[in-house]
Design a protein around this ligand. Structure first.
Ligand code: ASP
Ligand code: MG
Length: 436
């Protein structure tokens, strides 16, 4: 059971998490994010330190500390447990104070970012203790490891976790940190922002769990972006493939990397709502349920690059050379379309864009469009569903489309549009595809 930042971000919410994890006697691992806002605050502290602005960092640390002192007073009622919690807070905020005096490094940055999950899990355990609920805290840094390419080592995680669980055969509730991990050098590291979902899925895979429950503050994955479109509804069932496309192409509820461990080890994933614990949510399994379009999602900040070359005509090996440039700069391509003399690709990470463009120029003329959005239409076998393409293009008739990707998988049609058409496109598709 994984609980996100908003599910533990208020004392009452954290107390409710305790109720949810004690609903039955099944053995479970509870994975917690940092309290909402904490990781952002830690990022800011790190940035202040990196900029050598110690006074800003100091102020930010003090504000965060105050937030936690208040949190503890509301979360806990007894003097003894409050005292315990204050000792924990002293420990972690002392660490944050010490860093003001030492020089900033990437390793230190990771240590700072880890404080959020360390704090949330420790405070939650003290609350369980106050409520006399038996539990064990499993430090993620003792089992969650990533290799030198930042890839989680599922085999190692499995062995280490089994050893830890074996030490506590009589216990049912295990609490651990999402997001944080140990890297190949043995340093504290993390699974990138939003990575607690990934932790949960890796853990569920490693222990061969009966289910991986992701608890958030919305009742499942929706069929369109609820921030943009008024009428959206939760999708009851998705296949792993559909969920992967949706998570990747913009449905913010689930970290995209968290699909593969569950899929590979065949652990069903359930997206549930802490505010409405009895709502069905979304079930993600190997089977898709119904055929047809299920959802629309959008992903912003896309850059499209077009490489045009007469040398591509009747040539082979051209695409390989183009792809090698992206590979070299460790930049992944999302969409691709080709014609006989040109190829267009999109990327969402433009850190290495200048170098990439420079190298591509060797192959022909290069054009670039920034601030694009990928709109993805996802469903089961939609590439084989009658009229889907017609419905999509009828619906978005007034929208200029820069790229179309169709047939890459059976579950997805992707469109690339300029960012300023996104809201209109999502609304038009909601109407045209779901009649909403
Ligand atoms: N606390 C981390 C973040 O905010 C990880 C997570 O919540 O998934 O990115
Ligand atoms: Mg999240």
């Amino acid at each position: 059971m994984k609980f996100g930042g908003t599910s533990v971000g208020k004392p009452q919410r954290m107390q409710q998490v305790a109720t949810l994890v004690t609903k039955d006697d099944e053995r479970k691992i509870v994975v917690l994010s940092a309290l909402s806002g904490t990781t952002n605050a830690l990022v800011e502290i790190s940035e202040s330190l990196a900029n050598r602005d110690r006074s800003a960092a100091k102020e930010q640390i003090e504000a965060l500390q105050q937030h936690y002192r208040n949190f503890v007073l509301e979360l806990l009622q007894e003097a003894e447990t409050r005292e315990k919690a204050n000792v924990i807070l002293n420990e972690h905020f002392e660490f944050l104070t010490i860093i003001l005096k030492i020089s900033f490094s990437q390793a230190l940055n990771k240590d700072i970012l880890a404080q959020g999950e360390l704090l949330s899990t420790k405070l939650f355990c003290i609350y369980l203790e106050e409520k006399k609920i038996g539990h064990v805290l499993l430090p993620a840094l003792d089992f969650m490891t990533i290799d030198s390419y930042d890839e989680p080592q599922v085999g190692t995680i499995k062995v280490k976790l089994a050893q830890l669980l074996n030490k506590h055969k009589d216990k049912n509730i295990f609490v651990t940190q999402g997001y944080i991990s140990r890297n190949a050098k043995g340093e504290v590291d993390n699974l990138k922002r939003g990575g607690s979902d990934y932790s949960a899925s890796l853990i569920a895979a490693a222990i061969n769990a009966s289910v991986c429950e992701i608890w958030t503050d919305i009742d499942g994955m929706h069929n369109n972006d609820p921030r943009v479109v008024e009428k959206t509804k939760a999708i009851e069932q998705l296949s792993f493939d559909e969920a992967a496309e949706l998570a990747y192409f913009g449905a913010k509820i689930l970290h995209p990397a968290s699909i593969w461990p569950a899929q590979f080890f065949n652990v069903p994933v359930r997206l549930l709502n802490t505010l409405e614990p009895d709502a069905k949510g979304t079930l993600i399994t190997e089977v898709a349920g119904s055929v047809g379009v299920k959802a629309v999602a959008a992903k912003d900040n896309i850059t499209a690059i077009r490489i045009k070359s007469s040398r591509m005509l009747l040539a082979y090996g051209f695409l390989r050379k183009v792809f090698e440039v992206f590979e070299k700069h460790r930049t992944s391509i999302d969409m691709i379309t080709t014609s006989e003399v040109a190829v267009s690709v999109t990327i969402d990470d433009d850190v290495h864009l200048p170098e990439i463009l420079k190298e591509l120029e060797a192959f022909g003329s290069v054009e670039m469009d920034t601030n694009q959005t990928i709109v993805s239409i996802v469903g089961n076998e939609i590439a084989e569903t009658k009229d889907v393409m017609k419905k999509i293009f009828d619906a978005i008739e007034p929208i200029p489309v820069r790229m179309v990707s169709y047939g890459g998988s059976k579950h997805n049609v992707s469109l690339l549009i300029a960012r300023n058409y996104k809201e209109q496109t999502l609304k038009l598709l909601n109407n045209g595809l779901f009649g909403l």
